[in-house]
Design a protein around this ligand. Structure first.
Ligand SMILES: Cc1cc2nc3c(=O)[nH]c(=O)nc-3n(C[C@H](O)[C@H](O)[C@H](O)COP(=O)(O)O)c2cc1C
Ligand SMILES: [Mn+2]
Length: 497
């Protein structure tokens, strides 16, 4: 199931009572973000701000946020009933992530209704929020699909990467050379001594952030995977000033170039990050020079309040709970590891913590699982803590996981493994700043941890324990439970249910 564009998605949300229009005046500076935070805390609807201070008229007057800020709305976007189970969504995503339908290039589309070039370019004409009071600027790219092209293979990549308004026509961005896939592209353009063409797509089918915000394997174009989800090709148009293609029905597209020239870099950050903490300190970053903006008439700006806090899950965390579990499961299956029963990510961790439930086939299997995840580039910002449990432990239950850790993990027997100094997130607040210095280290350093909370196979099987390696639990025998159930009312306990 796919949506033509953002407006069709808004229409469906509104029909379902999942969209609230805010007609009262709200300021883009701090206030809009604070409203969005409170609505997330209340597990409230998506929001369309229609009266933003300083933007009563002009190029763009409206801002949409929160569309995927609730799992029921994510289910809706993927064509499922609102109350679909976690496992069902994860399984669907695992399948679709491996399929492709190539896009179709069309001559033109609504995104070309207005074309802005040269001195007329001013990103401040869009009602871009300063989402959080401590942020270093107005974050124009929080939910945009950032498009780049591999100069060798010509395959495009679409990712979400944060970017701030610098000057009216510049945007410093969190671009790390050799890091995420656009970072790979940037390395190649840098080696050629050429600037990297970039197109930032603001507002389209909700499938765009769902796929751009998660790692699809190298060399696979996200437009193709989005086609598979939509069940039909994405219709793309050529950009005006860069060699890239973008959706014909997008709201806004910002085109430009990024040079590997530190003298042109501008300060970026800090940003309220997905960790729920401020990212870092203002840092000179690769900076996009805008060459053209195209947009629909009366475009709707799209942004997202980033940052997960207990009780308030960002759009990223809602998406990550499904995508990061599905991607991990595909990695484990691809690595040929047997017996994976479930993979679970709680939104609060965004997939920094992940729980894998197995029907254990051999003692070294949990370590193999951790190694497979940590060896995959999808682990750049995720899978710091891997917890493996047996198949009698529900991976969605904190209580059951805690019980397994309490009584099945033995840290001195290899149940707790720290893999120090491996690649990881440069924006993890628990990592010392010197280990987050991307200019020196390329990317952040992480100390990853495996918690193996499965029952050890080193123990001998014992006849006293029903020929198992681990003692039985204290649950009564099935026949005792049946007898008690039969006598329940005779015992005067019926009212307990
Ligand atoms: C709201 C949001 C903001 C994000 N911001 C960044 C960012 O600033 N830098 C970054 O490297 N990844 C960021 N990510 C994560 C990437 O989008 C994600 O890792 C994705 O896999 C990148 O695409 P790629 O795998 O094609 O490189 C963000 C994700 C979301 C959903
Ligand atoms: Mn990618």
């Amino acid at each position: 199931m796919g949506f033509m564009d953002l407006r069709q998605w808004l229409g469906l949300l509104e029909k379902n009572g999942d969209l609230r229009r805010i007609g009262a005046e709200v300021h883009w500076d701090r206030e809009l973000g604070a409203v969005a935070r409170r609505v997330l805390e209340k597990k409230g609807p998506a929001l369309l701000f229609e009266n933003i201070t300083g933007y009563p008229s002009g190029r763009c007057t409206r801002l949409f946020t929160g569309g995927l800020g609730d799992r029921r709305r994510l289910a809706l976007a993927l064509g499922f009933p609102r109350d679909v189970g976690n496992a069902e969504l994860v399984q669907y995503v695992m399948g679709k992530n491996r399929q492709t339908i190539a896009p179709r290039i069309v001559k033109t589309g609504p995104v070309k209704e207005v074309v802005v070039k040269g001195a007329a370019i001013d990103q401040n004409e869009f009602p871009v929020p300063r989402w959080h009071h401590l942020e270093g600027g107005r974050y124009i790219h929080t939910f945009s699909g950032i498009v780049t092209r591999d100069p060798d293979t010509r395959v495009m990549n679409v990712g979400i990467y944060r970017g701030m308004i610098g000057r009216p026509d510049t945007a410093p961005m969190l671009l790390i050379k050799g890091g995420q896939y656009w970072g790979h592209h940037f390395q190649k353009y840098s080696d050629r001594g050429e600037p990297m063409p970039v197109a930032c797509v603001v507002g389209w089918d909700p499938i765009m952030p769902f796929l751009a915000g998660s790692p699809i394997p190298a060399g696979v174009c996200e437009w193709d995977v989005m086609g598979a989800y939509r069940g039909e090709p994405a219709e793309l148009v050529r950009c005006e000033t860069v060699d890239l293609e973008v959706p014909a029905t997008a709201e806004i597209v910002i085109e430009g170039l990024i040079r590997d020239d530190p003298s042109a870099w501008e300060l970026e950050g800090p940003f309220g990050e997905y960790t729920g903490h401020l990212s870092d300190v203002p840092t000179p970053r690769p900076t996009m020079k805008v060459t053209c903006i195209t947009h629909r008439r009366d475009p709707i700006f799209r942004g997202s309040l980033e940052g997960t806090l207990p009780g308030s899950y960002s759009e990223n965390s809602v998406m990550s709970a499904i995508q990061r579990a599905g991607i991990a499961w595909n990695i484990l299956t691809g690595a040929g590891i047997p017996g994976i029963r479930d993979v679970h990510v709680h939104p609060i961790t965004n997939g920094v913590n992940i729980v894998v439930q197995i029907r254990k086939a051999y003692q070294g299997q949990p370590k193999q699982i951790a190694a497979a995840l940590w060896g995959n580039s999808a682990a750049q910002y995720r899978y710091k803590h891997v917890i493996v449990v047996d198949d009698d432990i529900a991976p969605s239950s904190y209580e059951q996981i805690d019980w397994a850790i309490a009584h099945r993990m033995n840290a001195g027997e290899g149940g707790l493994v720290v893999f120090p100094g491996i690649f990881g997130s440069p924006i993890d607040p628990s990592t010392p700043m010197e280990d987050r210095d991307v200019s020196r280290l390329g990317t952040g350093l992480w100390n990853r941890v495996l918690i193996d909370a499965t029952r050890s196979w080193k123990f001998e099987r014992r006849p006293e324990w029903g020929n198992e390696r681990f003692p039985p639990t204290v649950r009564p025998a099935a026949e005792d439970e049946a007898r008690v159930r039969a006598r329940w009312s005779e015992l005067g306990l019926e009212d307990l249910g």
